[in-house]
Design a protein around this ligand. Structure first.
Ligand SMILES: [Zn+2]
Length: 465
């Protein structure tokens, strides 16, 4: 079975067949860098990073591009409010973005193109749309002639007449039609600008992605992704621009992640429930945040709340504890025991289950359920008197590979209470079996991590040193 992907364009799950065998060209719309990212922006960063990792795990070579909108109306407004210039603000929040997504376990894209570094490409793109009759200039502004593109609305599944009802011409706009959208905006007095054939100005928002996709990945790409809120108008406009210019399909698969609610309410500045990643990762382990985000299918809405976050935290700890217990047991395990084949087959079966869940439109929620089953089986196995190195290693390897796909780390600096209890139990067993070397090793290992054991007539007590 191949990977099945839900495609917004066709509203169906389709077999994933990239344009070139084993290669995937993937573009994810990035942030406008006028502030720290909020957890709504963190979701696409995390889910599409995971999809990229999974495709790599399945043997694809992935070219991953994600842009920065480093000049637009929001940045210009922020510059005015803060009394700084646009490039300074953009630079600061690009740096902050990298810090945040790195903490969240996301790898950098192969290219992070910026609008301000691709001005020539963008201007050329607009010029060609004008030449083809898909765009027109009015007093230094350039607009896209939406009605000229007969497929307009195909991604968001809306007819041009439905769209017409919602469209209007703002004061000062000189569009031919309310449906037309800006490709180039003339600079107002005092605003940052670039020179163009239409005078001083800056690009509209949608054109940058069309221009950058084409420059960095080509006319047609495999996956174009972003938040659900980008479907219309942003992605619809990208299709109109790109397909009008090239005459080729723009992207084969369109993937959109669902919304985030905070305590069952929409996140908004006015409700005061606006959560910035920069702030929240000071209180919540970013790995827990990532695990929480992946515990829901990427297309479904996700509800962010303290109890759900707590449950993600304890779930992740449970998995890490199972892994740590396996690791501790590795040394005292022997070569091959009679039950090995059965256990190895069970582990292989769980690996297969993880793959088939992830193949089904990257269902991380069910993939994580398989991971819990793996942990449960590992705990059952560790109750056996004799364990084999081969089985322990097979368990460890599955944990490591799945954690890597999910972008999670198995390391934790501090031993958890359950881990300490498990080690103490192992030490008691070792002493019963008169394996004093192992018992001492466990005590030393704990001591190295500042856990002090005291053997009393009532049993072994421990405390953090
Ligand atoms: Zn975009």
């Amino acid at each position: 079975m191949s990977i099945q992907v839900y495609n917004t364009l066709t509203r169906k799950k389709e077999p994933f067949v990239p344009l070139e065998p084993n290669k995937v060209k993937m573009y994810v719309c990035g942030p406008t860098v006028y502030n720290y990212i909020h957890i709504g922006n963190a979701r696409p960063a995390i889910v599409f990073d995971t999809i990229r990792r999974y495709l790599q795990f399945r043997g694809y070579e992935v070219q991953y591009v994600s842009n920065f909108t480093d000049v637009d109306d929001k940045l210009i407004r922020a510059a005015k409010e803060l009394g700084e210039d646009v490039p300074t603000i953009a630079e600061r929040f690009i740096e902050a973005y990298f810090e945040d997504i790195t903490a969240l376990g996301c790898k950098k894209a192969d290219v992070h193109p910026r609008v301000t570094e691709n001005m020539d490409t963008i201007i050329q793109f607009i010029e060609q749309l004008i030449e083809k009759g898909y765009a027109y200039e009015v007093d230094g502004d350039v607009y896209y002639r939406t009605r000229r593109f007969s497929d307009y609305g195909k991604l968001s599944h809306q007819s041009i007449d439905e769209l017409k009802l919602g469209a209007r011409i703002e004061i000062g706009e000189k569009k031919e039609d309310p449906l037309d959208f800006a490709l180039w905006k003339a600079a107002k007095e005092g605003e940052i600008y670039w020179d163009s054939p239409w005078g001083k100005g800056r690009p509209g928002w949608h054109i940058e992605c069309s221009a950058m996709v084409r420059k960095y990945l080509g006319d047609t790409i495999d996956i174009h992704a972003g938040g659900q809120d980008l479907t219309f108008p942003h992605h619809e406009n990208e299709i109109a621009q790109s397909e009008a210019l090239t005459g080729k399909p723009f992207a084969k698969y369109w993937l959109h992640n669902g919304y985030i609610n905070i305590d069952n309410e929409k996140m908004s500045k006015s409700l005061g429930n606006f959560i910035l990643v920069h702030d929240i990762i000071k209180q919540v382990d970013p790995q827990v945040l990532r695990f929480f985000m992946l515990s829901v299918h990427y297309r479904h809405p996700i509800n962010y709340s303290q109890p759900l976050l707590e449950s993600a935290k304890s779930g992740l700890e449970r998995l890490k504890t199972a892994y740590a217990n396996l690791k501790h047991r590795l040394e005292s395990s022997t070569n091959l025991t009679t039950n090995d084949e059965q256990w190895l087959a069970k582990i292989e079966g769980l690996r297969g289950e993880f793959i088939s869940e992830m193949d089904d439109d990257f269902n991380t929620a069910n993939g994580i359920a398989v991971l819990f089953e793996l942990a449960k089986q590992a705990n059952v196995y560790l109750m056996e008197k004799h364990t084999s190195k081969q089985v322990i290693q097979a368990f460890l390897q599955q944990f490591e590979q799945i954690f890597d796909v999910l972008g999670l780390s198995l390391q934790h600096d501090e031993l958890l209470d359950e881990e300490i209890e498990a080690l103490i139990q192992q030490r008691i067993e070792a002493r019963k079996n008169r394996d004093f070397a192992l018992a001492d090793r466990i005590r030393d290992e704990l001591k190295a991590k500042n856990i002090i054991l005291e053997d009393t007539p009532q049993g072994t007590r421990w405390r953090r040193g």
